[in-house]
Design a protein around this ligand. Structure first.
Ligand code: MUC
Ligand code: MG
Length: 373
């Protein structure tokens, strides 16, 4: 008899970060992941992860809402259903539940992990095959201190772990942020690509002033300078400057991609499985971008190893991305809940091998870091 989904367990897992991570809207000292354990009647377990940044600071889903909404609304739509048809199960979730992209992404990851294990294929193979097995990974400098950020970047370069750096700005007055960025770019020179992420903190006129100064300082990419919903403003900024604009919060899914492209956006799109409700949704977005000649960037919501591995399987199926990836989430955390951490070396990360995601839980660590109530 074919397999059915038997149970779906969700766990809130709190892991401390290696240093405070300062973004325009919050400072993180800890990351909370929602880990999904989906058990099937053929004995296979699928793993998934739904993770956001800073409670409700980044978007409308918090770790607690992700867990509650899976437990109360989404899991009952899946339990008892045949295990193997991920397309049908995704459609069922979308038919009965609106929004909740991160929760849906966690569930779809668990479905794909289980299906891969069932068929003896990696998730990338399940999606048609990997075109890359070692993906470039950038590092985000966000200690909040210029000297510390420079030292951190120099160390990463020396370790050959990262040669592209993203600076989180927008929390301070624009002139102060620009001085901080320019000092880091000057210290690193041609050894590294330096980009910034403003996380929506500026209005358009501040953005015009800030981006002009960042462009003059040699910054290579400006991510989400203005609020997510201001598509017309983002298009104006992209047309005004030579330095490319990277749309992040503005482009959640293929629909946003079509709006931006048809409005004349030139620049790049940050992909995140969490924004698009999972791997299938993010690949739809990627394919729109590819058809429109928009460059891609493999983004993270600072997921741990499970969410990062899921993203890597998706990115691996695409041609090399114009702006690489930022799949460094596990490196920002003091510890891990998987038996074999992802392998970071030579300025990138290896696509995990093995069936499904290629990830095995460390049960002791999972129990240790799981929230008890
Ligand atoms: C974002 O907005 O890009 C990615 C790296 C990082 O430090 O924060 C994220 C989210
Ligand atoms: Mg961003």
């Amino acid at each position: 008899m074919s397999s059915v989904i038997e149970s779906i367990e969700t766990l809130l897992v709190d892991l401390p970060t290696i240093r405070p991570h300062k973004l325009s809207m919050t400072t993180m000292a800890c990351q909370t992941m929602v880990i999904v354990r989906m058990r099937h009647s053929d004995g296979i377990e699928g793993l998934g992860e739904g993770t956001t940044i800073g409670g409700l600071a980044y978007g409308p889903e918090s770790p607690e809402s992700i867990k509650t909404n899976i437990d109360t609304y989404l899991a009952p739509l899946l339990v008892g259903q045949p295990s193997g048809n991920v397309h049908a199960l995704r459609a069922r979730l979308n038919r009965h539940a609106r929004g909740n992209a991160i929760a849906k992404s966690a569930l779809e990851t668990a479905l794909l992990d289980a299906q891969g294990k069932r068929l003896g294929l990696s998730v990338a193979d399940l999606l048609g095959g990997a075109r890359q097995t070692h993906l470039p990974v950038l590092w985000t400098l966000a200690s909040g201190d210029t000297r510390k950020d420079i030292d951190e970047a120099l160390l990463r370069l020396e370790q050959r772990r990262h040669c592209d750096f993203k600076l989180k700005i927008g929390a301070n007055p624009v002139d102060q942020d620009v001085r901080h960025v320019a000092a880091i770019k000057e210290a690193l020179g041609d050894r590294a690509s330096v980009r910034v992420d403003v996380n929506q903190a500026w209005d358009e006129s501040t953005a015009v002033r800030g981006i002009q100064a960042l462009q003059d300082a040699g910054i290579e990419l400006v991510e989400q300078a203005i609020p997510a919903r201001e598509h017309a403003g983002l298009i104006r900024l992209a047309n005004r400057f030579n330095v490319p604009m990277l749309a992040d919060e503005a482009v959640q899914d293929a629909r946003d991609a079509i709006d931006l492209v048809s409005g004349g956006f030139s620049g790049a799109f940050a992909l995140k499985i969490a924004k698009s409700g999972g791997i299938q949704g993010v690949l739809e977005l990627a394919h729109v971008a590819q058809a429109a000649g928009i460059g891609l960037y493999g983004g993270t919501l600072l997921e741990g190893s499970i969410g990062t591995a899921a993203s890597l399987h998706a990115w691996a199926t695409l041609p090399e991305m114009a702006w690489g990836t930022e799949m460094f989430g596990p490196l920002l955390l003091k510890d891990d809940i998987v038996a074999e951490p992802l392998s970071y070396h030579e300025f990138g990360v290896d696509l995990p091998q093995g069936a499904g995601l290629g990830i095995t839980l460390d049960e002791d660590k999972l129990a240790h870091y799981s929230r008890k109530n």
